[in-house]
Each structure stands twice: as structure tokens, then as C-alpha cells.
Design a protein around this ligand. Sequence first.
Ligand code: C5P
Length: 421
Amino acid sequence: MSFDLSVFSNKNIILAVTGGIAAYKSAILVRRLKDYGFNVRVVMTHGAQAFITPLTFQALSGNPVHTELLDPEAEAGMGHIELARWADLVLVAPASCDTIAKFAAGLADDLLSTLYLATKAPVWVAPAMNQQMWAAKPTQRNLNTLVEDGVHVIMPEAGSQACGDVGLGRMPEPEDLAEQVKNYFHQAQRAIAEKFGLLAGKRVVITAGPTREAIDPVRYISNHSTGKMGFAIAAACYSAGAKVTLLAGPVSLDTPNGVRRINVSSAIKMLDESMHQLEEGCDVFIATAAVADYRVAEVAEHKIKKAGDELNVSLVKNPDIVATIAQQSKRPFMVGFAAETRNVEEYAAGKLVAKKLDMIACNDVSRADIGFASDQNAMTVFFAEQYQMEKRDLEKASKQEIAQQLVEAIHDALHHEIEPV
Ligand code: C5P
């Protein structure tokens, strides 16, 4: 699972391109910003159009390019004031000396300088120019004014320049700029989630994936769990403002953004790490792992050699991780999962009680369209009796959507008024 790109689909970036050879890099910058899911509108100064055409940016951004302040047609579509209000961030890249000087002086004689005065959005400038022009006193004075006015200045890089000089003045690579924009919005979202999210400030520990029980140094017993559900829940908990630790069995999934991942192999290791996390502090424990029920009684020190027609391996029961954590005196809110092939709800409700869980989510793995390796899932959620909450049916949806609904269920149970008995 990679970073969820859709989170930026409601964020609007104005990329303002001014006159400079680095303008060609801005074409790639549009692509990278679009890759992250941002809406991009491009504003070009007249100087910029000498280096690259508006048509290029129109094709790349998928939006008309804005070039004129007093163009009746453009103003009828999206005038400079609407444009200024539309933006969540104005990124001027490359920013020429001339534009920087205009911003510093408060001029409003073209679309971009007017937009600068009219927007409430943060403004970032990425100066790109000849190293001597960068070092010139008026440029530095104007940049200081911009910083005092709250503009974020992205420092140019040193290197060889198109004019043949060597020194400070190169615009950072488009990938770097796009990443800085992404990180900015990500941090802003994170700050909001940590304050207002459904799991704001909660510490969540999640077990995920299969466990691997060694037979000898080269062989093991395991199962087909992919870990997708647990990873999706980890991502959803993080988006809801939680601090998330993911205890992952051997799976080939990318770590969700912002999540602390600890790889474990056997059930015993997963239990050890779970206990350790409990000591470190845990408000919610979510057990999605498909823990092997049995492990090999005595793991062979060396590779077992082929001999005879039969090989007997003796197995012993693994500890039940979720039930063990639920028995601890200072226990977190416990969430379990049940994958069944028949009598799904009856078995799940039984496990809720037997393992002393607060909540259990169950699904029918006999259905090929959901569960294990599928990207979709459907579940029924039960709450422990003392919560006096109705069971919830989560209709078939992507594992991400199901994860989001599970976060809501956890939040609701955590905030449910329990009647004093
Ligand atoms: O008993 P069963 O394996 O069906 O229970 C499933 C639930 O118990 C899941 O939440 C699973 O992660 C957890 N479990 C566990 N340790 C085990 C077996 C299951 O934490 N040894």
C-alpha cells in the first residue's frame, strides 16, 4: 500500500511561473504536483511566456492558464480575486528578481503581483537567477522584506548556471519542490488530525499479517494472510490522529505513512513485542494478525535431511496474543478479528466473550470476493455487552473504507456512555 494520494484532491495550488530559464522545470513540477493529487492552476507572467508556452501548462495542469489581469474573457472565467481565493498555496517557481521586487514594493501592475496582494493563502517563492543578481543588494533587501511579510523563501541551490556562471541561483529540482509542498500539507493535516481526529492523541498498536513458525533454519509453517487489512487500519488510525505502531509479520507491503513499523516473525516474537508496547503505553490494541495456532515443538538446529517416507513434526499451541493482552491489569481497548467459514456471527460473538474483547470484527472468508487476499472486505462488528451498542454491518467496500468505518466504531465505543451497573 502506498501513500494515499486522494488526501490532496481538495487542495488547490497556484503555480506562478515567471521569466527565467528554470521555467522549463516548472512543467515537470506541475506533473509531480498532479501526481500527488493536487489541483493545479498556472499563472504566467509575460516574461515566462518567452521561455515556455501557456499551452504546455494548460495540457499538463488540465486547466486554462492565467496570463492577463485585465482580460475580460479570463475575468469572466475565473478573475484574479476568485483565483486568489481559490488557492490554498501560491508557489512562485521560478521567481525572478523582477517579481520579487514587485512583491516587496507592493506593486499591482500585472496578474501575479495583484494576486499576491489579493490572496490569503501562504505564498512561497523559489528564486532562480544569475548568481550575481541573487547576491545583489536590492535582491537580498527585497527578499528580506518578503520574509518579514511572511513569504516562505525556498533557497536556490549552488551549481553551474545556464549563463555559464557557477554559484547560488539554481531552482531546486521539481521533485524536491513538489515534495516540500506535499510535506507542508501533510503536516498541516496531521496537526488538525492530532487535535480533532477521531483518535486524536491515542496510542494504537496493531498486529498484522501472518506469523512464521520455523521448522528448521530453512523451512517454516505459515498462512496466506497478506496483512492488507491491518495495514489499512494502521493508515486509517494515523489519519485519525493516533500514534500508531504496527507489529507486522512477514508481508510485502509498504509501511503506511507516519506509522511506526516493527517487523516480527513468530507468534512468540509478536507476543513479546505486544507486551513491550503495552509497557510503553497503549490505548487501543487491534489484533488483525493471522497468528499461527501452533508452532513446532523443537526447531531443528540444522536443516532436516530427507530420510524415509514419513516425517513427523510435533506441534505445540501458540499463546493467544490478543487474549493475553486482554488479561493484563491495565489493559487497552481490545479489538479482535474473526475470519470464519460458517456460523460467522455466532463464533465471533463467542470469541468476543472468550477473549475478553471490547469489540470484534468478523467476516466470512468462505466468500471469494472478500477477506484474505482480496482488496475488498465486508464485516460485522460486535461490541462487548457492557457498551450496550448495536452490532454494525459494514457493507462490502475497499479495505481502506472498511478501515475508516472500524476507526469510527472504535471511536464511538470509546466515547460511549456506559451505564453504571
Ligand atoms: O481464535 P482466532 O484465531 O479465530 O481469533 C482471531 C483473533 O484473535 C484475531 O484478532 C487474531 O489476531 C487474534 N489471535 C491472537 N493470537 C493468536 C490467535 C489469534 O492474537 N494466537
